[in-house]
Design a protein around this ligand. Sequence first.
Ligand SMILES: C[S@@+](CC[C@H](N)C(=O)[O-])C[C@H]1O[C@@H](n2cnc3c(N)ncnc32)[C@H](O)[C@@H]1O
Length: 225
Amino acid sequence: MAAALEDRAKRVFGDHYPKAVAFTDLLVEHGVERGLIGPREVDRLWERHVLNSAVVAELLPRGCRVVDVGSGAGLPGIPLAIARPDLQLTMLEPMARRVAWLTEVVDALGLTAEVLRGRAEEAAVRERLADSDVVTARAVAPLERLARWCLPLLRPGGQLVALKGESAAEELERDAQAVRRAGGTGARVTTCGGDVLELPTTVVLVEREEQASRRDGARRGRKDR
Ligand SMILES: C[S@@+](CC[C@H](N)C(=O)[O-])C[C@H]1O[C@@H](n2cnc3c(N)ncnc32)[C@H](O)[C@@H]1O
C-alpha cells in the first residue's frame, strides 16, 4: 500500500488499523473466488470500499444499535465494527455463503458484531431488530425500497444511513415522496470522510418519523383488544 494511503487508513482506524489490514488481506485472498467482489475491485479495495465504508463511523453516536442491511462482503459492517468496537452492530444478509463469510471474518478478527441471516422486510427480522438507532445500507436497493425495508427496523427518530454514489441527490429527488409515505422525514444528502478520502462518501440520511410509534401503538392496541 502507498505510504500516503497507509497514513490515511491509520487516521481512520487508529489502534484498530491492523484489523483493517487483516480484513482487506482476507478480501484480496478470497473475495473474488468466493464471489464477494469483482476482480477489478482488488486494486482499489482500500480507497473505494474499506475507507469509504469506515468513514461513515463519524455519523454514529457512541454505543448505538446499528443494523447493516445487506452486508455482502462486509461493507460497511466490518470496517465499522473494526473502527468502532463500541457499536452494537448486526450485519443482516440473506445469502448463506455470504453469511458464512461474514461469520468467518467476525471470528477471525475477534469482532463484537452479530451476523444474522434474513431479509430486512421479513416479519421475524423486523421483530428481532426493531428499535435500532441506525440502519446502514450500501449498494443494496434504490432509496424507495430501502425506506420501505429499513425504516421499520428503526426506533422513532432513528436514522437510515444509505451509502450512495454521486447521483444521491437525484435519487432522493426522485424517491422523496415514497420515502415520506414509508414514514421517513428530514431526508437529506451529506458526505463523510472529506479529510481522508479523495472522493468523500456520499450518504442519504432519513429519519423515521416520531409519529410512527404512535401509529404502530394504535394499531397494536386495536389488534390486542
Ligand atoms: C450488491 S450487494 C452489496 C453488498 C455490500 N453492502 C457492499 O457494499 O459491497 C447487495 C447485498 O444486499 C443483500 N440483500 C438484497 N436484498 C436484501 C434484503 N431484502 N435484505 C437484506 N439484504 C439484502 C444481497 O444478498 C447482497 O449481499
